[in-house]
Design a protein around this ligand. Structure first.
Ligand SMILES: Nc1ncnc2c1ncn2[C@@H]1O[C@H](COP(=O)(O)OP(=O)(O)OP(=O)(O)O)[C@@H](O)[C@H]1O
Ligand SMILES: [Mg+2]
Length: 157
């Protein structure tokens, strides 16, 4: 497991990091987000969507389980927070929706067994009113190209 930690001083900086991921996102990318309520997970996803060229408002899928955004590479935004069991996900078709395109999951630690080994994990920790520490970590099977970009991004942020 390798990691980098990137500080964020504002909502904008967290969105910029998301936008950077969106620019380098490729089919099959899986991002597992964790962090307290109000840490900035949804803001990261808003940046991610922008970086991928998704048009329109990206809200929180808390009440819909998943938001789907069509595009050259589709974006699937999940929020596990209100789910009671993995069955809720299998019932809406996790097998099909949980892979392909770009998948991003808020509260991914609710069901660790659903998170693939290829995933990039992002943990946002509050360190002040508007300060956050964003820890990005990954395993050996994470996509190499974007990992290279992440290391470069971390070196200059
Ligand atoms: N550095 C920062 N990065 C991201 N958000 C920040 C930052 N500083 C302050 N904020 C504020 O924190 C809140 C983050 O809300 P957001 O909905 O993105 O969090 P979340 O992690 O998705 O929460 P939830 O667990 O409820 O889904 C927003 O009100 C945002 O303005
Ligand atoms: Mg959220």
């Amino acid at each position: 497991m390798s990691e980098v930690v990137i500080p964020s001083k504002s909502e904008k900086e967290t969105m910029n990091l998301g936008r950077f991921f969106g620019k380098h996102a490729m089919d099959g990318l899986f991002i597992a987000l964790t962090g307290d309520l109000g840490a900035g997970k949804t803001h990261f996803v808003q940046g991610l969507a922008e970086g991928m060229g998704v048009q329109g408002v990206v809200g929180s899928p808390t009440f819909t389980i998943m938001n789907y955004y069509d595009g050259p590479t589709p974006l699937k935004h999940f929020d596990f927070y209100r789910l009671h069991s993995e069955d809720d996900l299998w019932n809406i078709g996790w097998e099909e929706y949980g892979e392909g395109g770009v998948v991003v999951v808020e509260w991914a630690d609710m069901f660790p067994s659903l998170i693939p080994e290829e995933s990039i994990q992002i943990e946002i920790t509050l360190s002040g009113e508007t300060e956050r520490n964003i820890r990005i970590h990954w395993g050996e099977r994470a996509p190499e190209e974007i990992i290279k970009e992440i290391k470069e991004y971390a070196a200059c942020h």
